[in-house]
Design a protein around this ligand. Structure first.
Ligand code: 5RP
Length: 283
């Protein structure tokens, strides 16, 4: 509409704006549409299922046969965080949930984890029909700058094609998982341009959320803990401003993975009390 009006008044302006608006408007639409596929616009929340662990951990418990564990869980997930190898080996293309594609790697648990590179091109992400792309940043670690450069590269590529970027704030062994460190790492991710931040729950988590401004924050589950404690963590994170979880081991390593993901959904989307959600896990 505004382009048409500009055309009536000033053809030169129209041409400039056509190029400018044509790109920006269409890109914003695609970016927003992809984000809305991941974060449910009706509830404002999301349950991402993270199954990308193999890119540095190899055949993690629960993911040796990734398809066998994960395919039954897909109907209950809002999005799947996974590598391109994970998708092509174990996930049927009939699957219709949004993909958050892990684009970084190049390290293993045997070496310095922060020494990551970008392993996957944005063209391959588009071929896979990714709804978002993701990499980790290792603030305070040996290869901090390289990992932030990785994020910056993904954000620049994502802007070209309207693909949002989820930044993972990785925590090195020597880092404290507290609001000061996680706020620092999360804010850096936001300033570099990430559209979603994935971090860890901690005391004073609301400060981490506040540090991220309008950028949605999700929490990782971390190592497997007792189911009720994992549900409580999800509830606390939601209450303190997280839009949801990007949870892996606490779902797929549970003795009842389907019950667990249903319980997490009830907490994240409906705000259900932990005791009630725990009953869903038990069913
Ligand atoms: C590793 C990741 C993993 O996807 C994430 O940590 C997995 O989630 P969880 O901790 O809940 O198993 O981003 O960098």
């Amino acid at each position: 509409m505004s382009v048409f009006k500009l055309n009536l008044f000033n053809n030169k302006v129209y041409k400039l704006m056509d190029v400018f608006l044509g790109k920006v408007v269409s890109m914003n639409w695609g970016m927003k549409n992809r984000l809305n596929r991941i974060i449910n616009p009706k509830t404002g929340h999301c349950v991402m299922l993270a199954v990308d662990h193999g890119f540095f951990q190899g055949p993690t418990t629960g993911l040796r046969n990734l398809g066998k564990t994960i395919n039954p869980l897909i109907p209950y997930a809002d999005a799947l965080m996974i590598t391109r190898g994970g998708i092509r080996n174990w996930i049927p293309p009939e699957m219709d949930k949004p993909i958050i594609l892990r684009m970084s790697g190049g390290t293993s648990i045997l070496k310095e984890l922060s020494n990551e590179i970008i392993t996957t091109t944005v063209e391959d992400a588009i071929r896979i029909n990714a709804s978002a792309i993701t990499c980790s940043i290792f603030v305070g670690a040996e290869f901090e700058q390289q990992s932030i450069a990785n994020l910056s590269h993904l954000v620049n590529e994502g802007q070209k094609y309207g693909i949002p970027v989820l930044a993972v704030t990785a925590v090195g062994k020597e880092m404290a998982r507290d609001a000061r460190f996680l706020g620092l790492a999360s804010r850096i991710a936001v300033e570099i341009g990430a559209q979603i931040v994935k971090t860890y729950f901690c005391d004073d988590f609301e400060k981490v959320v506040e540090a991220c401004g309008n950028t949605p924050v999700v929490i990782a589950g971390g190592k497997k803990i007792d189911e009720k404690d994992a549900l409580q963590m999800a509830k606390n994170a939601r209450d303190k401003g997280a839009v949801g979880v990007d949870m892996g081991r606490n779902i797929f390593q549970s003795d009842n993975p389907i019950g667990m993901i249903k319980a997490v959904r009830a907490i994240i989307h409906d705000g259900m009390a932990v005791e009630d959600a725990f009953k869903i896990y038990k069913e």
